[in-house]
Structure formats: structure tokens, C-alpha cells
Design a protein around this ligand. Structure first.
Ligand SMILES: NC(=O)C1=CN([C@@H]2O[C@H](COP(=O)(O)OP(=O)(O)OC[C@H]3O[C@@H](n4cnc5c(N)ncnc54)[C@H](O)[C@@H]3O)[C@@H](O)[C@H]2O)C=CC1
Ligand SMILES: O=C([O-])CC(=O)C(=O)O
Length: 276
């Protein structure tokens, strides 16, 4: 059921990063896809290419440097390479505004952003993104969680170039059967796979934290979708969830990620909210 828009002033949105996620969200917002939400500005690495893209949108928006986005918006959606998170989020948090973070792994290495939001009155939102069940995780976290385990299977091209593979000399080209390329906790996964495993960090932040959220990653030539299975045991419920994500134009990123952000914005503006 569609959530109902509340009568409040328009929420002005800036988007930082025009890749698979940023372009998809921009297209939906520019055509008025979320009532009460207005796209005002975008930032991109290549401004000429960004202007060409913006010309295809239903409504014109400004193409600006990251530092100039804050003047134009109440909320910035970070959908850029992880290293840019502090540069994108800081001006908005200092101005007591809001940030939606997609490069969730980077939050583990920049706890000062979470402290800044708390001290200065801004808000950081982590959408469910390419994952499933964050509502159940945060509800279970109100009680005692005994264990959280996740197994991720991606087609090899969805993992290619990850620092962990390069550092450990792990070759995933030409695989004929599934190969386990990582076993460890969410913090180490965020370091070793900064562009591939934001989801396990979101799961960790919703539940038992990055040290206690355990993960296996498999490069699997037999899968065409990014597949995440999560097994949780807690004093309120035991649950097992599997998500099979269809990749977007970026093979590392599921199509559902942009839709998750749109759903989050719709919920923010709604007078009828479903889900935790
Ligand atoms: N939370 C989640 O569930 C998920 C998060 N992600 C993360 O979201 C982020 C974006 O993902 P995608 O759109 O798939 O990546 P992408 O690689 O398709 O897009 C990133 C864009 O940022 C641009 N960029 C680079 N330097 C820039 C700069 N200085 N200023 C502005 N833009 C710049 C790049 O040119 C590129 O167009 C990544 O960090 C990715 O790991 C991806 C999938 C799921
Ligand atoms: O799309 C996915 O399956 C997950 C992903 O890339 C990420 O967590 O960064």
C-alpha cells in the first residue's frame, strides 16, 4: 500500500555521486516521484557528463561542487566512492541538516561523523539498501541477540578489484566453482571490500556491532544475483533471511538500493508509516 504524503514544506534534496544509485534516484525525484520531495542539486566527478545527464531529467537541477551542495538542500544523499563520505556529510551535519549514507562501511572509519550529528543536531540515516530485515534486527536488538551470521555470494565480477583480493593475491578470474574469499567480521569486511559489502555494516549497526557480526564471502560463477543469507538467533526470535539482488548497471550494486532510498524518502514525508 502506498504511504500517504503529509502536508509539510518540500524537503530539498542534493545528490552527491551520479553513478548507478545517484542517477536512478535523480531520475525518480526529478519527475516528482515522491510528493513533497524536490531534487535541487547534484554533484559529480565530471561536471560536463553530469550536465549532459541532468539535461535528460524531467526538471533542471544545478550541477555543483560537493562543498556548495549544503546551501541548496535540507538533505544530501551520499552515493559516491566511500572515501568522499566525510567531505559530503560534514557541511550538512554542521548545519544541523540530514544525510542519507550509502557508503555505510565508511561510517566505521569515521565515527566523528556520528558524534558530530549527535552534538550538533544533524541526522544520519542508513537505509536498508541492498539488504533485508533491518526492521527485525533493530527490534531483536531491544532484547538480547545471541548471534548474527551472514553468507554473501556474488558473481566474480561483483567482487573484482576489492582490496582484500589484491592484498591476499586471491584470483577470482575464470572460476569454475564457488570460492570462499573471506571469513571474518563486518569491520574487516568493510576494510577489505569497501565497494561491495556495505550491507554487512548496515546489519552490524542495526544489531550487535561490527566485531560480532560474522560474514563469509563467496565468489560464485554459478550465481547471477548478489545473494545475501542472514541467520540471527536472539531471545525474541530466530530468523533466516535470503535476498537475491539483481545487479544494476554497476555489477557491484543491486537495483533495489536506489528504490530503498526512494522508499525511505517517501516514509519521511508520510503521515502513515509502515515498518519499524
Ligand atoms: N548501502 C548499500 O546497500 C549499498 C551501498 N553501495 C555503495 O554506494 C556507493 C555508490 O554506489 P554506486 O552508485 O553503485 O557506485 P558508482 O561507482 O556507480 O557511482 C559512484 C559515482 O561517484 C562518482 N564520483 C567519483 N568521485 C566523485 C567526486 N569527487 N564528486 C562527486 N562524485 C564523484 C563516480 O564518478 C561515480 O559516478 C558506493 O560507495 C557503494 O559501495 C552500493 C550498493 C549497496
Ligand atoms: O548490492 C549488493 O548486493 C550489496 C552491495 O553492493 C554492498 O553492500 O555494497
Amino acid at each position: 500500500m502506498t504511504q500517504v504524503a503529509a502536508q509539510t514544506p518540500n524537503l530539498r534534496i542534493a545528490i552527491a555521486g551520479l553513478g548507478a544509485i545517484g542517477k536512478s534516484i535523480s531520475t525518480t525525484l526529478a519527475k516528482g516521484g515522491v510528493p513533497g520531495v524536490e531534487l535541487t542539486a547534484v554533484s559529480a566527478k565530471n561536471h560536463d557528463k553530469a550536465k549532459e545527464f541532468v539535461a535528460t531529467l524531467a526538471r533542471p537541477v544545478k550541477v555543483l561542487n560537493i562543498a556548495d551542495l549544503e546551501k541548496e538542500a535540507d538533505l544530501v544523499i551520499e552515493c559516491a566512492p566511500a572515501a568522499l563520505l566525510p567531505e559530503i556529510a560534514t557541511p550538512f551535519l554542521k548545519a544541523q541538516k540530514q544525510v542519507i549514507v550509502l557508503s555505510v562501511g565508511a561510517l566505521l572509519f569515521h565515527p566523528e561523523l556520528i558524534a558530530m550529528a549527535k552534538e550538533q543536531g544533524g541526522v544520519i540515516h542508513v537505509p536498508t539498501g541492498a539488504l533485508i530485515g533491518l526492521d527485525a534486527m533493530i527490534a531483536a536488538a531491544e532484547g538480547k541477540i545471541h548471534s548474527v551470521r551472514m553468507v554473501t555470494r556474488k558473481p566474480p565480477k561483483g567482487l573484482a578489484g576489492a582490496p582484500h583480493l589484491i592484498e591476499h593475491n586471491i584470483n577470482i578470474e575464470g572460476l569454475t566453482e564457488a570460492k570462499k574469499v573471506f571469513e571474518g567480521n563486518a569491520r574487516d569486511a568493510a576494510k577489505g571490500f569497501p565497494a561491495n559489502l556495505n550491507v554487512v555494516v548496515a546489519l552490524a549497526l542495526a544489531g550487535v556491532g561490527p566485531e560480532n557480526t560474522l560474514l563469509e564471502i563467496w565468489a560464485d560463477p554459478a550465481v547471477v544475483r548478489n545473494t545475501h543469507t542472514i541467520v540471527v538467533d536472539s531471545d525474541s526470535a530466530k530468523f533466516t533471511m535470503t535476498m537475491e539482488n539483481i545487479p544494476s548497471e554497476n555489477p557491484k550494486t543491486g537495483r533495489i538500493v536506489a528504490q530503498s532510498v526512494i522508499a525511505m524518502l517517501r516514509k519521511m514525508k508520510s503521515s502513515f508509516k509502515v515498518g519499524t
